[in-house]
Each structure stands twice: as structure tokens, then as C-alpha cells.
Write a protein that binds this ligand. Sequence first.
Ligand SMILES: C[S@@+](CC[C@H](N)C(=O)[O-])C[C@H]1O[C@@H](n2cnc3c(N)ncnc32)[C@H](O)[C@@H]1O
Length: 303
Amino acid sequence: MQLKQALASAVERLDAADVGSPRMNAEVLLLFVIGADRAYLYAHPERELTSEEAARYEEVLAQRATGMPSQYITGHQEFWGLDFVVSPAVLIPRPETEHLVEAVLELARGVQRPKLVDVGTGSGCIALALAHELPDAEVYAVDLSAEALEIARANAARLQLDKRVRFLQCNVLDPVWEKTPDVIPSEDFSPSRGTCCSEFRDFDFVVSNPPYVAFSEADKVQKSVREFEPTMAVFAGLHGIDVIVPLVEQAHLALKPGGWLALEMGYSMREEVVNLLSPTMWEDIRVVPDLQGIPRVVAARKQ
Ligand SMILES: C[S@@+](CC[C@H](N)C(=O)[O-])C[C@H]1O[C@@H](n2cnc3c(N)ncnc32)[C@H](O)[C@@H]1O
């Protein structure tokens, strides 16, 4: 079968399976299978697929037809112009999260050697984009999921940022409490470099795209997100704030005076999140909308 024929029948098949943007998906998967780029596909539409390629295309189309996101099939997603490896252990980085990176870069202008931590790093996309843009920054990245941290570490190595970012498995920012029992130090945190607790202080930035969907709103979430992305990356308790509440509290301890907390939030969470930022502890609260005008990022400065 020729590439253009395989593509046309794949578009029909994905359309019939109710997959959104069937042409784009059919094309992405075909390019993945033949290991080529778009220009090649348009230059050689009559090239025949080998029998291995045809079988592999069949296999990945069947996966996509179940609703599995194409990024989990190809294993890649671009974020901030960088290529990230993804697996079902991590949330697929979203373009709207780039607003958070932009907001932090704006606030970091002029800060010498900023020390920052990304809470709930997942694929590592935020921490690594910031490490890439801020060559003198001291960057930490934490996640509760050991599987996610493995992917984040792999991304750091692929992007040659592994010497710049230190990873730790922990619950929110628990290392700010002394004698935290459930901190599992990674090999990056050797005792010779000091304890986790003393290192988890004096940050200029605490940055996070936490899980923020309420279990009570699970039916409003896209089926592919509900069924394929990690529950702990998406949902945070009945009301969606089970991670944000301790994060705001612990970030205040972890930041130096004048340091910034910047986090992504759900489309309807503005009031709830701003109310958590007590005016006796936080100042200069800013809310940044996304391209659709939805409040997406909140930033606040520790007094
Ligand atoms: C919305 S995802 C964000 C992933 C990535 N930062 C991004 O923007 O694509 C939230 C991440 O928080 C992690 N997470 C969930 N609960 C956590 C907790 N209590 N402490 C630390 N990390 C947590 C999840 O494992 C997941 O990787």
C-alpha cells in the first residue's frame, strides 16, 4: 500500500472511532512508523509501505482508536521548543503550561542565581525549560511519583541538563519540615551536600502545575485524560485543592522573603486560590490569563 492510501484509510478509521483531528493523528502516527518528517510524506506520497511498517501502522492505529493519546504511542511531546519523552506515568505537557514558564521568566529577570523548585515535575517540562532558559539558576524538581521522576531524569539527561537539576521524591514540599519521615532522598541528595531540610529553604521561586481537578468534576474531563493520564497527575481530592492547600502553606516556609510562588490553576479556581494567599503573608498577587482569557497562572510574593 502507498503512503497516501494508508493515510486516507487511517483518517477514515480514526474518524469512525471518534478520534478528534483524525487527519493530524493519522499523519503523526504514520510519520512515527516510517521514521520520517512531513516534508518526506508530501514529497513521496506514492512510496510503498513495507510489510513491517504496514503491520506497525495497523497496531498504533488500533491503540489510537481506543482513545490512547498519540503522545503515549510515539513517546514524545514538544514543550517550550524542547523534545520531551513521555509515558503513561506522566502528564503530557500542555501548551498552556508555557504561560507559567513565561511568568516565572518575567519575574526572574534581574535575579542573580535564582534558586527554584518545581513541585509535581512530572516529565520535568517546567523545571527543564526553566533550567534551559536560566543558565545560572539552581533548580530542584520534586514529585511524589517515582515513575514520573524516572522520566524527568531521562529528559534531563537527553537535554543535557542533568547536572543542573536535582530531583527528589517527596510529598509536595515536605522536606521543608524538619525530620520529615516520608522523604526518600534521591542519589542527588548526598549527606555531604547537607540535609534535604536545610536545602529546602531560601528559594527565590516555588513553581508548580499541581493536580487540580476535583473528583466531583471527573465527568467534565476529556475521556482520554480520565482513562489514560495518571490519576494523581490530574485529580486532587473531592474539590481539586488537596495539593494546592499544602503547597501554599509549605511554599511560604520554603521561600525567602520576597520570593515568588507561581502556580497553574484550573479555569474556575481563581477566587479559591487567591483566598488561600493570606494578605498578612503574601503580597503583589498577580493572575495571568491564557490565550482564551481564562485565569491560568497565579503568582504571589512572600512578604
Ligand atoms: C498536573 S501534573 C504536572 C506535571 C508537569 N509539571 C507538567 O506541567 O506537565 C502534576 C504532577 O504532580 C505530581 N503530584 C501529585 N500529587 C503530588 C504530591 N502530593 N506531591 C508531589 N507531587 C505530586 C504528579 O505525580 C504529577 O507528576
